[in-house]
Ligand binder design. Structure first.
Ligand code: NAD
Length: 509
């Protein structure tokens, strides 16, 4: 197979599509791919047109009849080999993530490991495909449920986890017997494509996984093509809503995971030093570009608020912000110049609306990387729920502190917010923690755990406008999403059990 990194368009490398096991460079339209640490264009990604996407769907459709009939355990075996290849090539994958996303290698390694855990779970999927059996439901009658693949399914993924989020989707979908068309983010496509090549090296037959790079035209083709049975989406809420409404209007199954505004409540009895060190990592890690990033700290009581601000201010002095290539850095740049401007505009708006900028990352300069898209860790106090910066997702290294008097007020803030992805409480009080986990209207909840991202054997999803659809991503919900349940009731008539015609509803009476 032709390797991604070898195709040149003039002096710049092109990132193409992977269709039916072959690299494909057929599209006319391209988009620049930047190194966000330096602001330099490193590659050009091809943007698939309708015809190219249709070619990928045809490849998946053609591969499906054979793939669905391969025993699940053999399908899983490909994933065992894939896991090994991912581990062998971890450095190269993290390098590609760093170059195009800006993530520091320790963080990219964490992302990759989380992706690998989803591959490991997919190896276990045959166990979940066993179905359920009821013997002797009537005279000589057995009844069982089994899980059958849907056919061709699609995944559309965001820039912030180019390795992990696609691996939330296709390993499980493929072991369940489906064929897959993936449309990753056009902003950092190389690691996703390289990983897909590794899956082929692991023995995946051509056409079972196809990757098309592109933008709206590619997405819309997937949403409207009747051969696509289901769509998994992860990205921002406005696009998630569009994907969900369009896919379901076209008769497809859809799960669309959207944006977030994750609050951490800091109770007066919390171990404040622990809360501060956890908050710093969860607010600023990956430059705040995580859907589970903690972006709001709700301090209960003014004393808690003062202690939190003072200790955060101190701790933030040692934050190391810089290029992805220096593994001593804590976090790197934002994804694009435009996104940097947007994050700064949110900080400006908080200031204009009366909040206090305690630590200001707007004017940070990184020596040798003056054109990089950096924003330093920013701490804002006295934020209120009417401010734009509080209502909307910033997706940058900005922690806002809201001060309230009671835990009930803190919980009301969270429950009233339009997003419901993740949340956390810092406390030593078991009763308060139990009340919080029970009554909070959020999908993923931590107790002294700042990033409660479920492990691969659970499932991942938010509430309210953080998820459109009924089933969470990956884990047991993933198996349900990527399969049809079929229930079969069977009897082999013989002279002894043959019955006459019965016009009543059959019962066990
Ligand atoms: P995005 O919504 O801009 O893009 C996501 C995908 O949708 C990309 O593949 C993109 O090409 C495509 N897309 C963008 N605009 C489109 C349009 N108009 N029509 C059709 N397709 C379109 O998101 P992003 O900026 O790449 O990622 C960041 C967002 O993703 C944040 O809001 C973050 O919270 C969210 N996110 C959510 C989760 C979660 O699990 N809930 C996980 C990761 C990221």
């Amino acid at each position: 197979m032709q390797k991604t990194q070898q195709h040149l368009n003039g002096s710049v490398e092109s990132v193409g599509h992977l269709i039916n096991g072959e690299m494909n460079y057929s599209s006319d339209k391209t988009q620049d791919v930047f190194n966000p640490s330096s602001g330099v264009v490193t590659k050009q990604v091809l943007l698939a047109d309708k015809q190219t996407v249709e070619g990928a769907i045809t490849a998946a459709e053609t591969a499906f009849p054979e793939w669905r009939d391969i025993p699940p355990v053999k399908r899983a075996r490909v994933m065992f080999r894939f896991k090994e290849l991912l581990e062998q090539h971890a450095e190269k994958i993290c390098q590609l993530i760093g170059e195009e996303h800006g993530k520091i290698s320790h963080d990219a390694m964490g992302e990759l490991q989380r992706g690998i855990e989803n591959v490991e779970f997919a190896c276990y999927a045959p166990e979940l495909l066993k179905g359920e059996h009821s013997k002797n439901v009537g005279p000589g009658i057995d009844c069982w449920s089994e899980f059958q693949p849907l056919g061709v399914v699609a995944g559309i993924t965001p820039f912030n986890f180019p390795a992990m989020v696609p691996m939330w989707m296709y390993p499980l979908a493929i072991v369940c017997g489906n064929c897959f068309v993936l449309k990753p983010s056009e902003r950092d496509p190389s690691s996703t494509l390289f990983i897909a090549e590794l899956l082929h090296e692991a023995g995946l037959p051509n056409g079972v996984l196809n990757v098309v790079n592109g933008g709206k035209e590619a997405v819309d083709t997937l949403l409207h093509d009747e051969r696509i049975e289901a769509v998994s989406f992860v990205g921002s809420t406005p696009i998630a809503e569009y994907i969900y409404s369009t896919a379901t209007a076209n008769g497809k199954r859809c799960q669309a995971l959207g944006g977030a505004k994750n609050h951490a409540i800091v109770m007066p009895d919390a171990d404040i030093d622990n809360a501060v060190s956890q908050l710093i990592g969860a607010a600023f890690g990956s430059c705040g570009e995580r859907c589970m990033a903690l972006s709001v700290a709700v301090a209960v009581g003014n004393e808690t608020g003062d202690a939190l601000i003072n200790k955060m201010q101190d701790a933030m002095k040692s934050l190391r912000v810089g290029a992805y290539s220096d593994s001593n850095n804590d976090f790197g740049p934002l994804i694009t110049k435009e996104h940097r401007e947007k994050v700064i505009a949110y900080i400006n708006s908080a200031e204009e609306q009366g909040a206090s900028i305690v630590v200001d990352g707007r004017n940070i300069k990184v020596g040798g990387f003056e054109e990089g898209y950096f924003v330093g860790g920013t701490l804002i106090d006295n934020v209120t729920s009417d401010m734009i910066s509080y209502k909307e997702e910033i997706f940058g290294p900005v922690l806002q502190v809201v001060r309230v008097n009671t835990m009930q007020e803190a919980m009301k803030l969270i429950n009233d917010h339009e997003y419901g992805n993740g949340t956390c409480i810092f406390t030593r009080d078991g009763e308060a923690a139990r009340f919080f986990t029970d009554k909070i209207k959020v999908g993923m909840v931590g107790v002294n755990i700042p990033l409660p991202v479920p492990i691969a054997s659970q499932s991942f999803g938010g509430w309210k406008r953080s998820l459109f659809g009924d089933l969470y991503a990956y884990g047991p919900d993933g198996v349900l999403f990527y399969t049809h349940r079929k229930t079969i009731t069977q009897r082999w008539p013989s002279a002894g059990v043959r019955e006459g015609t019965n016009f009543s509803m059959p019962t066990m009476k």
